[in-house]
Design a protein around this ligand. Structure first.
Ligand SMILES: [Zn+2]
Length: 92
């Protein structure tokens, strides 16, 4: 199976695949939540941001971001990283 980052592709509550739908994260919770499980106050992280996270983990986002769509994704990703959400190769 392809490596992919499980933390970025599944809901931590119900384990539903997030697919291309928006996922949600919060400063007090770790992991991504699906639309059904999201809590009040969580912020959305769209699939573009999750793709960026998978492709550019460890890279400086500011260097690789180019275009408005990617800027929006990078902003979501940066906020998610500040909330402690990271895709790393280490197991949990
Ligand atoms: Zn869920």
């Amino acid at each position: 199976m392809a490596a992919g980052c499980r933390a970025l592709s599944r809901c931590v509550v119900c384990d539903a695949g997030l697919g291309v739908k928006a996922a949600f994260f919060g400063a007090q919770q770790s992991g991504l939540y699906c639309e059904n499980c999201k809590r009040a106050g969580m912020k959305p992280m769209h699939v573009g941001a999750r793709n960026l996270a998978e492709r550019f983990t460890g890279e400086r986002l500011d260097r690789i971001v180019d275009g408005e769509a990617m800027k929006a994704s990078a902003k979501e990703l940066r906020e998610a990283a500040l909330a402690g959400l990271r895709c790393t190769s280490k197991g949990s």
